[in-house]
Design a protein around this ligand. Structure first.
Ligand code: SF4
Length: 183
């Protein structure tokens, strides 16, 4: 991600209006480092077409209520709940918990969810139980991502995990068997 941002910065394309002025095939090589870059370039253009409706102004977005923004973002081709909520939380400071694959895997292994829950169900758990503000939502999600990348990985490092005492997968199946829990 940092590489892609550096590339866009170097080409003076970090401003939304400037980026929207060039076609997706010219954006794609600049974000190659993020993977699936052709699809992402098209999604980015779809997002920018939506943002153009607000004249690329974050100040204009700040005046719109969260539910409406979320509805509009979800109507943009290529934007799902995780991306919409990431934009709303990280770019606009709206209090929405972002549910990603790391979150679902961790909660499943801990025994907090069973595996069949929808995005909305999992997000609702956080919204009901976690009392933090926008800053804490932001940090909590970042901590889960970090934990999922370095400790509770596809092959988890349970011996290093601060959550092992509370982890259903660890207790039910032991540290070795926890490796077999769906990642
Ligand atoms: S004990 Fe193992 S399976 Fe459980 S949360 Fe920690 S790393 Fe993940």
């Amino acid at each position: 991600m940092e590489t892609a941002i550096a590339q866009l910065k170097e080409k003076r394309l970090l401003a939304p209006r400037a980026l929207d002025a060039i076609p997706a095939p010219r954006i794609a090589p600049l974000i190659r480092s993020t993977g699936y870059y052709n699809q992402k370039a098209i999604k980015l253009k779809n997002f920018l077409a939506w943002f153009a409706g607000y004249r690329y102004s974050f100040a204009r977005l700040h005046g719109v209520d969260t539910e409406r923004l979320r509805r509009e973002l979800l109507a943009v081709s290529g934007i799902g709940p995780e991306t919409a909520d990431s934009i709303l939380l990280y770019a606009l400071g709206r209090k929405l918990f972002v549910v990603d694959a790391y979150t679902v895997r961790l909660l499943g292994r801990l025994g907090i969810i069973g595996g069949g829950e929808s995005y909305h169900d999992v997000q609702g758990l956080f919204h009901r139980r976690f009392r933090g503000g926008v800053g804490e939502y932001n940090e909590f999600h970042a901590l889960i991502v970090n934990h999922g990348k370095y400790v509770c990985r596809t092959r988890p490092r349970c011996a290093e995990c601060c959550l092992s005492r509370r982890c259903l997968a660890y207790h039910q199946q032991g540290a070795d068997a926890a490796h077999a829990v769906a990642g």
